[in-house]
Design a protein around this ligand. Structure first.
Ligand SMILES: N[C@@H](CCC(=O)N[C@@H](CS)C(=O)NCC(=O)O)C(=O)O
Length: 210
């Protein structure tokens, strides 16, 4: 049984749960204590605790779990598909999610800055367009979940929620991205995670919107 330091609305914790669910692993959530930094120097959530090991960074954790529990595989076979899968993971963590993150401080009307929302919208639009091309070129079959899908699913879900609550102007969702989201949601572990996570997303959002 793994232990995970997490908070319910955290995007990267949802990303990790998608990997845990896919691999059929059991975990117990721990609330980060007041002295969290003394346990986890990066201060990041999630952190995985496995015996004496405490590990942060969702991608490092995902690759650790992939190596420790190789079945079902969440990295494809073959040098190039594996590299392309990692490329998409890094694109999510370093480009798409940071563009979404620009919005979080702007959800509450009390702290919303129109110029920041506009800048975030431009950045998200650029990254969604790149995602669409990356998905068009991806060699990975969509009938199962790969490591690179875990973050994308959660971030796309947040973007849709931001749009629904008109935190930002409408986004351009290409057919490729729409189809990708629909295909992902047909996977049982994705449906299960979204059923768990969506109420926490909405609760956070409604708390900020007042
Ligand atoms: N690159 C990190 C990002 C994780 C991250 O930013 N998590 C947020 C919660 S979703 C967090 O820890 N925020 C508090 C902080 O950065 O101190 C990962 O992949 O785990």
């Amino acid at each position: 049984m793994y232990e995970i330091y997490s908070v319910d609305h955290s995007l990267y914790c949802a990303k990790l749960r998608l990997t845990l669910r896919t691999k059929g692993l059991e975990w117990r959530d721990l609330a980060p204590p007041a002295d969290y930094l003394s346990l986890v120097p990066t201060g990041n959530l999630p952190a995985l605790v496995d015996g004496d090991l405490t590990l942060t960074d969702s991608e490092a954790i995902a690759e650790y779990l992939e190596e420790k529990h190789p079945a079902p595989a969440m990295l494809p076979t073959g040098l190039i598909p594996r590299a392309k899968c990692r490329e998409l993971s890094r694109f999510h963590d370093t480009r798409l999610e940071p563009a979404l993150r620009l919005l979080f401080a702007n959800v509450s009307p009390a702290t919303r800055v129109a110029s920041e929302v506009q800048a975030a919208h431009a950045e998200i639009t650029k990254r969604l367009s790149a995602l669409s091309t990356l998905l068009d070129q991806s060699p990975l079959p969509r009938d199962r979940l790969w490591l690179c899908d875990c973050g994308l699913i959660v971030t796309l879900e947040w973007l849709a929620l931001m749009e629904t609550h008109t935190v930002l102007p409408p986004l351009h969702w290409s057919d490729t991205v729409r189809t990708y989201c629909a295909q992902m949601e047909t996977l049982p572990q994705v449906a299960q995670e979204l059923e768990f996570y969506r109420p926490h997303m909405r609760e956070w959002m409604e708390g900020k919107l007042g």
